[in-house]
Design a protein around this ligand. Structure first.
Ligand SMILES: Cc1cc2nc3c(=O)[nH]c(=O)nc-3n(C[C@H](O)[C@H](O)[C@H](O)COP(=O)(O)OP(=O)(O)OC[C@H]3O[C@@H](n4cnc5c(N)ncnc54)[C@H](O)[C@@H]3O)c2cc1C
Ligand code: SF4
Ligand code: SF4
Ligand code: SF4
Ligand code: FES
Length: 702
């Protein structure tokens, strides 16, 4: 029998047989040392260097997987030097590792919708499954599919082939199909926790928070100033873009999860935060939006016939009679301005003009909305700003200043600069100021909430949405900066707040969502190599059916008519299934998070992304290989000798399959064993792939 050895690891003594490695001794103590290239029963390979430890008396760190323990040895596994060495090793491994852990579309959706999964469900005709996947992140997918500016599509990898997937249209399609016939999906509420949460404001932020809080099992009461839910989606965005019936169905499905709604209740007037605390609410979510139009700050602004954009749209949405006359001028270049002009056309105005101080290129409104306004007969007066409004015999006159573009400002857009001496008048019956929305700062301060330095938003911790009062959380437009003032950001903030509120109510540290590590295929989008997209057939998206302009301007009927089932399925099949099928159990990803590795720290190219789909049970993505050699060494012990081998040297070393040896049962078994052992997504079991099968890719290897 071999003599025993006693050594000390992290101040703990352990006895192991002679010949045991430091790694085996640490395992005996329950001390975790990270490994990538080690597997019990296989000879050491020492390629990853993650298992390094400090040994007293030795100048350099040593790999624990291949260094034998010796009597009296003193080992440190977590010294700052060791942690730094592991971090650097990971960064070197990741510097040429090529893959998207998570699809870029998913990363970009502010609510974190699992786009890839629902696209696969639609592509395979499982529409209700698609809605289940979508509603894990988006409680109102039909509404968002209609109005979201779709930042996800801007990042879709399909642009490298021709144009992005129609992601928004597709979740609208799935939601509309699901809602038709009254079988709308409502997730089940969680078991009752005995905690009650007040949500103030029934816009997208508040309704999203309520939706997720019910799933955690908390009771929710929503207090809303208006007589119906929806916030700006109901009272701001016109019905021709978002029909009230479809919005109502989605909101009712949320309410039917067991939410108490108290309408016509105004915070700061009918009740206070202190009242809610006295009533016994354990936490409060503030989702009161930014309900007022920003002022033009010009003389004549308070004259009859001058309105704020939000107020004008709300009056129209409430069906209130308005006499706007034939000539309407709307000041502003964002979506509210476009909604205002298109609504004015529908209310009978014949001469409708947008007055914008920059040019079309700088307009924050979506280009498609601008085009549609133009098709509906709206005129644009660019490079002009109002100076004063005065009453005249027939209507109003707006004194305007001619502008030119100067240097870019903080937003990156070129700053408008007055052209001295060039002024002109525009005539109008109604002037609408649509230059932005603002919060009710006075009321919020009175309720004890801290605002940001400019007084334009409630101050929150952006990881948790918690305000300066620990029991009060806030989200949506009331906390958003200008770029974030979109409905899906409000939904995402409600989702995030619900997670933090649940942590607060259940006595956990309030930290928000756990951090994840993610790397992208290229170090920036331009460096993504084009081989990834080689061989993918061009297949443009089919345009949405819509009402002709002449059929629109006399009514508020929906303009965009939705996708047909065939078009939706075909569109979903364009998805390239980006993201990694192994992201859920990737070892290198787990360590990269633990050690704070930066995948872009070392310059140099990533490998090319290639995929090999020849084998019926596994898929290879060799650009993700970290040369740990596990699959190569596993082959040496098997009957099916040598299915995987290394070819080339240095940076070019890569894994090469010899599938001709994988034909028999032993070979197939070995392939699956290698996929299990592979610490990254370089070898993937087809059966684990789920949404990562790409329809658009040709079946042969590229
Ligand atoms: C005209 C217009 C067009 C837009 N177009 C788009 C678009 O196309 N796409 C897009 O993504 N986003 C668009 N937006 C922005 C989007 O509507 C907002 O980002 C989103 O609605 C913000 O959600 P929220 O829940 O924070 O606030 P809101 O939707 O404003 O909801 C706040 C709710 O709180 C209630 N409330 C306010 N004060 C109180 C109080 N004191 N007490 C009780 N309740 C109160 C309000 O009545 C309201 O129901 C548009 C906004 C406007 C105004
Ligand atoms: S909500 Fe907007 S960003 Fe999110 S998936 Fe839909 S279209 Fe994309
Ligand atoms: S191709 Fe599919 S998975 Fe890839 S970014 Fe586009 S929608 Fe997302
Ligand atoms: S493909 Fe083989 S060598 Fe490459 S990471 Fe996976 S198991 Fe290791
Ligand atoms: S060098 Fe020890 S596990 Fe890789």
């Amino acid at each position: 029998m071999s003599p025993d050895i006693i050594l000390t690891i992290d101040e703990k003594q352990v006895t192991v047989p002679a010949g045991a490695t430091i790694l085996a001794a640490a395992n005996k103590l329950g001390i975790q040392i990270p490994t990538l290239c080690h597997k019990d029963g296989l000879e050491p390979f020492t390629s990853c260097f993650l298992c390094v430890v400090d040994i007293e008396g030795r100048a350099n760190p040593a790999p624990a997987c291949s260094t034998a323990a010796t009597d009296g040895m003193v080992v440190q596994t977590q010294s700052p030097r060791i942690r730094e060495t592991r971090k650097m090793c990971l960064e070197l491994l990741l510097s040429d590792h090529c893959g998207d852990c998570i699809a870029p579309c998913v990363l970009t959706c502010p609510a974190g919708c699992n786009i890839q999964e629902f696209l696969k469900d639609i592509a395979e005709g499982r529409n209700d499954d698609a809605v289940h996947a979508i509603k894990e992140a988006l409680p109102i997918p039909g509404a968002l599919g209609r109005i979201c500016p779709r930042p996800c599509e801007a990042q879709c990898r399909r642009v490298r082939v021709e144009e992005p997937l129609a992601i928004g249209w597709l979740h609208r399609y799935a939601a509309d199909e699901n809602a038709a016939g009254g079988r709308i999906h409502r997730p089940a509420p969680g078991p009752d926790t005995g905690k009650i949460v007040a949500v103030i404001g029934a816009g997208p932020a508040g309704m999203a928070a309520a939706f997720f809080l019910r799933q955690f099992g908390h009771a929710v009461t929503v207090l809303e100033a208006q007589p119906e839910p929806g916030g700006m989606l109901r009272w701001g965005i016109p019905a021709y873009r978002l029909p009230r019936e479809s919005l109502g169905k989605e909101l009712n499905a949320i309410i039917e999860m067991g939410i108490e709604m108290r309408y016509d209740r105004v915070l700061g007037k009918d009740f206070s935060l202190a009242d809610l605390r006295r009533e016994g609410f354990h936490a409060i979510f503030m989702a009161v939006g930014a309900p007022y139009s920003s002022a033009l700050q010009v003389e004549g602004e308070t004259l009859p016939g001058v309105l704020g954009g939000v107020e004008f749209l709300a009056r129209s949405a409430h069906g209130k009679k308005m006499h706007i006359g034939k000539r309407v001028v709307v000041v502003g270049g964002g979506n509210t301005a476009i909604d205002a002009v298109r609504t004015a056309r529908r209310l009978g105005a014949m001469e409708v003009t947008i007055l914008y101080r920059r040019t079309r290129t700088e307009m924050p409104a979506l280009p498609v909305e601008v085009q549609e306004a133009e098709r509906e007969g709206v005129r644009f007066r660019f490079l002009a700003a109002p100076l004063a409004i005065r009453k005249q015999d027939h209507g109003l006159a707006i004194r305007c200043q001619q502008m030119k573009l100067g240097e870019p400002d903080a937003s990156g857009r070129r700053r408008p600069v007055p052209v001295s001496g060039q002024e002109f008048d525009l005539e109008a019956d109604t002037v609408i100021a649509a230059i932005g929305q603002k919060i009710d700062a006075g009321m919020l301060r009175q309720e004890g909430l801290e605002l940001d330095a400019q007084g334009t938003a409630i101050r929150v911790n952006s990881a948790t949405m918690q305000t300066s009062s620990p029991d009060v959380f806030a989200g949506g437009d009331a906390v958003a900066c200008e770029d974030q003032k979109i409905a899906v950001w409000a939904v995402g903030s409600g989702r995030l707040a619900s997670i933090a509120i649940d942590q607060y109510l259940t006595g956990q540290p309030v930290v928000g969502r756990p951090a994840v590590f993610k790397m992208a295929m290229g170090k920036d989008p331009e460096t993504i190599t084009s081989r990834r997209f080689a061989g993918i057939e061009k297949n443009e998206r089919t345009p949405m059916r819509e009402l002709e302009p002449e059929d629109r301007v006399t009514n508020f009927r929906e303009v965009e008519l939705g996708l047909t089932p065939d078009v939706a399925r075909g569109e979903a099949r364009r998805c390239l299934a980006c993201g990694c099928g192994a992201a859920g159990d990737c070892v290198i990803r787990e360590y990269a998070l633990e050690y704070g590795a930066d995948p872009d720290r070392f310059i140099g190219a990533r490998r090319d992304y290639t995929v090999n789909t020849e084998h019926p049970d596994i898929i290879l993505e060799p650009g993700k290989c970290v040369n740990c050699g596990l699959c190569v060494r596993l082959g040496r012990d098997a009957d099916a000798l040598g299915i995987f081998g290394f070819v080339d040297r240095g940076f070019d070393t890569r894994i090469q399959p010899y599938f001709e040896f994988a034909a028999n049962e032993a070979g197939k078994r070995l392939c699956l064993e290698c996929a299990e052992a592979c610490p990254t997504g370089a070898i993937l079991k087809r059966s684990d792939l789920g949404a990562h099968i790409c329809f658009a890719r040709p079946p042969e290897s590229v």
